[in-house]
Design a protein around this ligand. Sequence first.
Ligand code: MBD
Ligand code: FE
Length: 287
Amino acid sequence: MAEYTQQQLLDLVNSSQVNPGNERVRQISQRIVSDLFRAIDDLDIKPDEFWAGVNWLARLGASGQIGLITAGLGFDRLIDIREEEADEAANRAAGTPRAIEGPLYIAGAPLSEGQARLDEDPPRGEVLVMEGQVRDTDGNPVAGALLDVWHANELGRYSHFDPDQEDYHLRRKIRTDAQGRYRFRSFIPPGYAIPPASPTSELFEALGRHGNRPAHIHFLVAAENLRTLTTQVNIPGDTFLDDDFAFATRDGLVVELQPGTPPAGYESLGVNAPFTRVCFDFVMQPA
Ligand code: MBD
Ligand code: FE
């Protein structure tokens, strides 16, 4: 009969095949399963602990928060760090620092030419006009780049993940003009906190960690023959700037808030009172 030692069981799990399968998937799966077998043995993980973990994973999947956990455990930032190490090793010109996409991006936001207004009347926060240029690493403007922008509402929540917001609320796609410029009006968003009483908050409480992100605005910039740039800008002065639960903030991405005074060509965005202006250019690497 099939009586196994731990090692025999592991070898069997990692080798039993009826066809070649996918070699890369097998390699990665074998490594992760081996590491887990070892962790269970080294840490003397008890049956109730093991099944509590399985139960938590099942609830995590059902909650749609897997992307929140990968960010909170540093994996999303790790992927970016490795990309940048590869850039450096290959001597590729750096563009705007990348920052993680996070789990809250939704494709298909309404498209605007050159500029857009994300918020609606009455303003629900400090009016913000952010504008700038998209360039390549040689300094050429990128006309017709598609810049996705998304941020949280005044309660720190994102549309499509919040039943109280319309689809695509505070999400737009802006096509840069002939000079590669974009501009949008919105408001300065607050920070983000992981949902309470959720699988993610449960783990973070057990780890003694908080689940806060400083105030930020997300961007995904795409253009032909250029490498898609995923990044975020941070609002200065936030308590969590250097203590982001998703490890996504970066020195080069904290913007400067400037006092703006209309009229300065902002009438079409409904700006007719003092507002906060942010100038920020995006630099895209070759594909
Ligand atoms: C966010 O708003 C976010 O940007 C990330 C990376 C993770 C969770 C919430
Ligand atoms: Fe976010």
